[in-house]
Design a binder for this molecule. Sequence first.
Ligand code: AOF
Ligand code: ZN
Length: 463
Amino acid sequence: MEVPTGGIARERNFRRSGATPGPTVKVWMGEGDLPALALCGTGRAHARSSRPGSHRNNCRFIPQLIEKLFVVVLIQRQDVSANAHGEAALDREFMTRALQLARLGAGHAWPNPIVGALVVSAGREVASGHHRRFGDAHAEVLALDGAGERARGATLYVSLEPCAHHGHTPPCVDRILAAGIARVVAPAPDPDARVNGRGIARLRERGIRVDVGGEATAAVLENLGYYRQRLGLGPTVTLKIAASADGMAARARGQRDDVTGAAARREVHGLRALHDAVVVGVETALIDRPRLDCRLLEGGVDREPMPVVIDTHLRTEADNAWSRAGRPFVVVTGPHVDAERARAIEARGGRVVDCGLAGAGVDVRQVVTRLAGIGCERILVEGGPRLLGSFLRAGAWDALWWYRSPAGFGPGVPWFDDAAHAHDAAWPGRLVDEATVGDDVRRRIVNPRSWEQIAAWLSRSGG
Ligand code: AOF
Ligand code: ZN
């Protein structure tokens, strides 16, 4: 697995932070025999020469005035680059907060993206907002309403390019201009054809400083289904893994073990809320009996994802947690199943879908196509290990959220069905970021083949 340190997001962030470049010292450095400069341990400027023992001689020949100028330029440069660095760090912090706010709209905003915004004045957050529900006010408008007059001259952080079109609500850019915002920071352009760069362009035309690109990868990952759908890239498959520190999904076969803590479990319910279907293998369904809902989210959701169980030989019971809760569910099978059992499931609100075989199991590529065909375009696969292995081996995945608990389980059931690769996976993946969620660590990994299309669009559209 390729693991770039710092990740794609970091590279973009530094490249596109919009930080004011400091006065360039290249002028001085490149001129004739002038010595290269370095700061010594005490922070004082020193003239350095490559010739041993020539340091003192050089110093004697350099007119004092020039030496002073060096010092002034260096000190100024230090100040400005410290400011620029400080600004980039603050931008990252506030954008992370905007992305957190956006998540509050998970389970309510679709088919709109989840979006968070905050108004920051003199380095302090003065108001915030998020897109609460499809058809409701956009995040920026709520944040600007909260800020009132304090928005004048302030910075607006928004987790998506502000819109420039009349939809359910008037264009956010007009509201931003009217509020007197001086600077807008957004991670990436909006892939909606009605916006797609127009929001950024209109703000810039009116003299607003707009910095695009910081945290772009993280922002796209939060709205991956939205980006893929609006860019016409087809259904989205997210894999979720919860493993112990030593790579185990459970202590023993046939046993259910809590792997991650409460914070990670809550986050996973938020992740479910960003999907139309949550898929598990039949072993997981029979052993864990997961409800596959979003019950840990405060305020619930407008629409629960569809539970889907991959069950080649149709072992699922008709009377299960989903049928009892009156929730429609899908059972994906191979071609040879007991018709009587299938009828019993359908009588309890289940839909039995034959996806054909690929080797010994169900064809997971068919699963994706068939689920998309019934309106489940954003698919979350939660395991178990054998099912995750099938998706990984087939390359039928876009992103992987991998939670790792601090404790080891010892010999058990590896999260990946190929034990040799439970730690150092043989499948290609690209680590995007790593975060602490409660006591657990969450890594997000993208499928480079699938990510290429989004990265290409981002670089074409200036994101
Ligand atoms: C923003 N801020 O908070 C959201 C945006 O149906 P409408 O009128 O709400 O428009 C939906 C489109 O607006 C959506 O496809 C996306 O382009 C943008 N969503 N934009 O500036 C927000 N939710
Ligand atoms: Zn808007």
